[in-house]
Design a protein around this ligand. Sequence first.
Ligand SMILES: [Zn+2]
Length: 196
Amino acid sequence: MDDSAPEARLATLLEGNRRFASGAAQGPNRDHVRRVRISEGQNPHALVLCCSDSREVPELIFDCGLGDLFVVRTAGHCVGATVLASVEFGVLVLGIKLVVVLGHTRCGAIAASLRARHEQEGPRGHLPALMKMIRPAVDDVSLAGPPHDALAEQVMLQHVRRSISVIEESADWEEHPLIVGGRYDLESGLVSLVDR
Ligand SMILES: [Zn+2]
């Protein structure tokens, strides 16, 4: 397979993740030689949209380094206008062919959105804007179903799918990148792909 094909790049990311999860991370591309080499321009091999959670750090969990990933992070990987613009920049300007939307277990933003359903008073400041973006995924998942942790997991997976749909529907590009969803497990360190 062509190394630059999006499928090959996804395989490379997942290989890096397996190293990380098993405690065999190599930490490539993090020295001064790499830093100087890429100072004139970047050519990242994937775009990762993920949560701002301090435990979900893309370069660490995919075992790569400087210049490897174009990362867009918001709490709960919510997709608003500036996120869409950032994704467009990665795809159109930098020529990235692989986009990974990465949710994670025990996401605080997802949990807050679930709680917000039952609270009279909403959160303060700008937080309602985030809740609003996650709400469609909450509404998709039947509340009559499983216990709370499993419910949050279902909402997170659905929110990943919806985030992908928002990107696909809003995008204005001729050549579509490969867009995949992922689930990062905080405890095992493993990333698994989310079915559509
Ligand atoms: Zn989160």
